[in-house]
Design a binder for this molecule. Sequence first.
Ligand SMILES: O=P(O)(O)O[C@H]1O[C@H](CO)[C@@H](O)[C@H]1O
Ligand SMILES: O=c1cc[nH]c(=O)[nH]1
Length: 234
Amino acid sequence: MSTPHNEAKKGDFAKTVLMPGDPLRAKYLAEHYLENVRQVNGVRGMLGFTGTYKGKEVSIMGSGMGMPSIGIYSYELYTEYDVENIIRIGSAGSIHKDVHIRDVIIAQGASTDSNFAHQYELPGTFSALSSYELLEKAVNCAKAKNVHYHVGNILSSDLFYHADVETNKRWQNMGLLGVEMESYALFCTAAYLGKKALTLLTVSDSLVNDEPDTTAEEREKTFTDMMEIALEIA
Ligand SMILES: O=P(O)(O)O[C@H]1O[C@H](CO)[C@@H](O)[C@H]1O
Ligand SMILES: O=c1cc[nH]c(=O)[nH]1
């Protein structure tokens, strides 16, 4: 059994999958933290791995960038591979003065400029939330590890480069913590299918404070607080 985007067989994925946008972050994490690790997907270079962490089976797979991409991979993991929990581990731009480079954001919910939820034909606006069970575990783990973290609302945007550079200010006025590009679609997909999802983000750059951006290599390999929280709660 496989899908157009995933060559893994039924049973190749653990019940919990950690999903960075970057497949090379998935590879780094698998190689540095998992034991008995094997590659289960390589279609389109969207690397997926399964192994054990402290004796527990865990999978890690890239999601690609943007809501169409995570929409495909998360739907297939939940429906074709019986995955129960997806924990996104991403990078984000800060849009809150108190949220600094390398801080961890634990997303309680996601707002969006995307049309992803229109497919459900709801008579209003859907609030996309993370799983409280996973969120509580992540908060407890972040506290125990003494990680500098924030819990709250984030923006999942269809746009990395926006024609109107002032647009983030309006989201900032609503108290949002950071901007990324996938979580709204992940939370919608989990809600629709009766599954669980959570997003952990490391702040890679700031749209509101004058702080130096992290490099591409740092985004791939050094966001270890977030990676370790995800592994601990998987
Ligand atoms: O670091 P990842 O997980 O890819 O997340 C963020 O980085 C990408 C943009 O640079 C988008 O995918 C955004 O959500
Ligand atoms: O989507 C993203 C991810 C990281 N940094 C940003 O500014 N936007």
